[in-house]
Write a protein that binds this ligand. Structure first.
Ligand SMILES: C[S@@+](CC[C@H](N)C(=O)[O-])C[C@H]1O[C@@H](n2cnc3c(N)ncnc32)[C@H](O)[C@@H]1O
Length: 254
């Protein structure tokens, strides 16, 4: 069996129990070494054969996984965070489908969630934001024009911008062109959940300078939106006047 596993954002304890069990049983592990914390490999058996996919092509990764599968071995393909977000997992699954090879996916804690935990913030606040946009600035991988930061900024909601800290000035310029005020709260979290985790918190006006001074380039998450600072309404769920399926309130509201 081949299992794709989300390793989580860095802290080896942030893999799921299911993912850890899969790693502990694996005969062959192919891990994304450019981002996965190698400490997570402590969950593997000593006899497991470990490959770092950082220097491999898609074809090479597939050969390793498929040959191991055909030799009746248990294979784990270990991706950083959750594999469904900028994980390049689909092209692997599609080839396995073509070859009729079964596989499963075990999700992981994505880095945008680790970043909100670092900042102790909630993306979805009543009266402020009920939508989270996950996106990136175009790089060698293009972003469709209708998903440009300038257009997404028009929603004024909570945004998590992956893979873009090295272009922070461009990001800020596009967000402001799109309609965010320069006083909009912004933060960048470097290596969320790793021992060397660091953060800067400011506004769109200040964040680029803060990021440059802190020296963050790779493995950083840009978070933007009023959820970082703005006033919000308390939740209906825990409002004493509000009734719902699990609790009778003092007054029923629609
Ligand atoms: C190729 S993407 C992989 C994302 C991953 N699948 C996930 O769910 O987090 C790599 C980008 O994720 C972000 N990233 C990954 N780990 C991070 C962490 N621990 N802290 C902050 N950002 C992180 C950075 O923006 C980095 O450039």
């Amino acid at each position: 069996m081949i299992t794709f596993v989300g390793a989580g954002p860095g802290d080896p304890d942030l893999i799921t129990l299911k993912g850890q069990k899969k790693l502990a049983q694996a005969d062959v592990v192919v891990y994304a070494g450019s981002l996965v914390n190698p400490e997570i490999l402590q969950h593997c058996r000593e006899e497991a054969t470990i490959y770092n996919s950082a220097s491999m092509t898609l074809e090479e990764v597939l050969v390793v996984m498929i040959e191991a599968y055909k030799a009746n071995k248990k294979v784990v393909r270990l991706h950083t965070g959750d594999p469904s977000i900028y994980g390049a997992i689909r092209e692997q699954m599609d080839e396995l489908d073509i070859q009729g090879i079964p596989y499963k996916v075990v999700p992981g804690v994505s880095s945008f969630l680790a970043a909100s935990a670092t900042l102790k913030r909630e993306f979805t606040l009543p009266g402020l934001s009920q939508t989270v946009i996950i996106t990136r600035q175009a790089g060698r991988t293009a972003v469709p024009e209708k998903e440009s930061l300038r257009l997404l900024a028009q929603h004024g909601t909570s945004m998590c911008i992956f893979l873009s800290t090295h272009k922070i000035e461009e990001v800020v310029a596009e967000l402001i062109q799109g309609g965010y005020d320069q006083n909009t709260p912004a933060a960048v979290v470097y290596k969320a959940s790793w021992p060397e985790e660091a953060k800067v918190v400011g506004t769109l006006e200040t964040i680029a300078k803060q990021v440059r001074e802190a020296g963050f380039t790779k493995t950083s998450m840009i978070l933007v939106g009023p959820f970082l600072e703005g006033p919000y309404e308390r939740s209906m769920l825990y409002d004493p006047t509000f009734s719902h399926g699990f609790r009778k309130g003092t007054e029923s509201r629609e």
